[in-house]
Write a protein of this length. Structure first.
Length: 75
């Protein structure tokens, strides 16, 4: 599988969870990539993804920064 295919698959998984109402609650970086924990709004469901591609790691990081900026502006 090419790096771009891996990126698009990881991006699709991230987008699916975010569109289902999950939020990123924890990120742990290691040599294998990033372990990203998503929680549903009711905090009963939790999904964990291992994000290995650099582009997908940049993608979820940009989402987190954007959400943080929106929260700061709302205050």
């Amino acid at each position: 599988m090419t790096a771009s295919q891996e990126y698009f698959e990881e991006k699709a998984k991230i987008d699916l969870l975010l569109n289902q109402g999950y939020t990123i609650t924890k990120v742990t970086e290691n040599l294998d990539g990033a372990t990203v924990v998503f929680e549903a709004a009711n905090q009963r469901n939790q999904e964990v993804l291992l994000i290995e591609t650099a582009d997908a790691r940049k993608y979820f990081s940009s989402i987190m920064v954007s959400l943080q900026k929106n929260l700061t502006l709302a205050e």
